[in-house]
Design a protein around this ligand. Structure first.
Ligand SMILES: NC(=O)c1ccc[n+]([C@@H]2O[C@H](COP(=O)([O-])OP(=O)(O)OC[C@H]3O[C@@H](n4cnc5c(N)ncnc54)[C@H](OP(=O)(O)O)[C@@H]3O)[C@@H](O)[C@H]2O)c1
Length: 262
């Protein structure tokens, strides 16, 4: 049974029965995109590099709402490995919407980290979706009306010290968004650029609770909405880009007004 049951309510039925793949769906923003897509009646495949995390996520989603039964599945994909990406798509098959929120590991600090290792920042968030999209496109796996939504970050427009390399990676995602929108039309290609969002990413970057508290205070002062972003808030931007068939080649800043704030 679909969650969105009202036949006469087309604006909440755009995703009913659509097949949505969320790479990065085991955590943070991607998890919330997967959950919201299920609530909109889509069937969802969640993915990340760890099959264990994928299985745990499927169970976690089923616990939040038993109506998701039969609409949710999971399959791992290592975005650093072309063969893994290809095997993933061979198993997943046709798709209506691809959402990519995966981003691998700690953000490198330009002045302190080894630049050679920093190159890896492009592997998951940039090359991962690009290689995926090319493979799925060449195999004819995008259904009519399909969309791709990738992820960058407000650091592109408002760089902070230490984030130079990540900003460049995110900027590359925004640039290729426009290129792919032209290249793959009528498949729609967009990007969400989140501001600071409180997710598991912060823990994985080794930020202690004390450091996070200081950071949050500073970030809240910077935003106009006066709170730090929550992943479910940002997930709405991805939902909009999947649903709005007149959006392509765009990057949406979802950042609580941080680009205009102090
Ligand atoms: N949170 C923020 O403050 C913030 C701000 C600006 C931009 N962003 C961007 O928003 C996106 C989502 O952020 P988030 O906070 O939701 O991150 P997150 O909670 O850390 O989630 C990252 C996801 O990527 C997956 N992943 C990592 N390496 C992978 C690989 N090699 N192959 C496939 N999947 C992989 C992770 O699962 P596994 O570990 O199991 O692979 C996880 O599901 C990222 O692109 C991030 O840069 C976030």
């Amino acid at each position: 049974m679909s969650i969105a049951t009202a036949q006469n309510a087309p604006s909440i039925r755009h995703l009913v029965g659509k097949h949505v793949v969320v790479v990065g769906g085991t955590s943070g923003i991607g998890y919330c995109v997967a959950q919201a897509s299920l609530e909109h009646g889509a069937t969802v495949v969640v993915s990340s590099s760890s099959q264990e995390k994928v299985d745990a996520t499927v169970s976690r989603l089923l616990k939040t709402n038993p109506l998701f039964e039969g609409s949710i599945s999971g399959l791992s994909l290592n975005a650093r490995d072309v063969k893994s990406i290809q095997a993933f798509w061979d198993k997943v098959g046709k798709v209506d919407h691809l959402v990519w929120t995966a981003n691998g590991g700690r953000l490198p600090n330009f002045t302190e980290d080894d630049l050679d290792k920093d190159k890896a920042v492009f592997e998951v968030a940039f090359w991962g979706p690009v290689v995926s999209v090319k493979y799925a496109y060449k195999k004819g796996l995008f259904n009519p009306g399909a969309s791709v939504t990738m992820t960058s970050g407000t650091v592109v427009r408002r760089p902070s010290k230490g984030f130079t390399i990540s900003a460049a990676g995110a900027g590359a995602v925004e640039t290729i968004t426009r290129g792919l929108a032209v290249e793959l039309a009528p498949i729609r290609v967009n990007t969400v650029s989140p501001g600071a969002v409180k997710t598991e990413l912060w823990d994985s970057h080794g930020l202690t609770p004390e450091v996070q508290a200081v950071l949050i205070k500073r970030l809240v002062e910077r935003t106009l909405v006066k709170h730090v972003g929550q992943p479910e808030e940002v997930a709405e931007a991805y939902l909009f880009l999947m649903k709005c068939t007149y959006m392509t080649g765009q990057t949406i800043d979802c950042e609580g007004g941080a680009l205009l704030g102090a």
